[in-house]
Design a protein around this ligand. Structure first.
Ligand code: PNS
Length: 157
């Protein structure tokens, strides 16, 4: 059985994140979505909230679980018996940092990372842009899953 790990800040989860998890769930037997508890910037949603929002957005997938983690991603990956980390790539601009992280994680623990090209429908989408648009009163309903749209409106009203 192959287990994939889809890690991220997910502040908030977007349709782009959901697309990567959905496609990973087709390629691999099981997918663990790993929410970093303490991202570099103060998050809009707590780790528990981000886990709940993701879980509510992924109920249609039977082989996916969502969990928060603290510390090194490779430690969490090892504790969950993960075979491969999957990261979405939106554009060349994502590549430098993602390559660095992939090589660091492989150096630390030998874990491989596979890059999945983002669906072009969502290639312009990022959590930070969604936060900004929502904050300024723009429409985000087509950019994030319904539970996330609802939570954003509630948080920013
Ligand atoms: O949503 P993001 O910002 O692309 O997610 C980045 C994330 C959470 C995957 C990365 O910051 C991470 O793995 N953090 C955990 C700490 C860690 O392992 N750092 C070393 C990475 S090489």
């Amino acid at each position: 059985m192959t287990v994939a790990l889809c890690p991220g800040s997910f502040d908030p989860p977007t349709n782009g994140h959901v697309d990567i998890v959905e496609r990973s769930a087709v390629v691999f037997d099981r997918v663990v979505v790993a929410v970093v508890a303490n991202p570099s910037k103060e998050p809009l949603f707590t780790a528990d909230e981000r886990v709940r929002l993701l879980a509510a957005s992924l109920t249609h997938l039977g082989n996916v679980e969502v969990a928060a983690f603290e510390g090194l991603l490779v430690d969490f990956a090892e504790s969950r018996g993960v075979d491969v980390i999957v990261k979405g790539l939106r554009a060349v601009s994502d590549f430098d940092y993602e390559l660095q992280m992939a090589q660091m994680n492989r150096t630390l623990r030998g874990v491989e990372t596979l890059f999945m090209p983002t669906n072009p429908e969502w290639s312009y989408l990022s959590s930070s842009l969604v936060r900004e648009v929502a904050r300024l009163g723009g429409r985000i309903d087509e950019l994030v899953p319904p539970p996330v749209a609802e939570a954003l409106k509630e948080r920013l009203k």
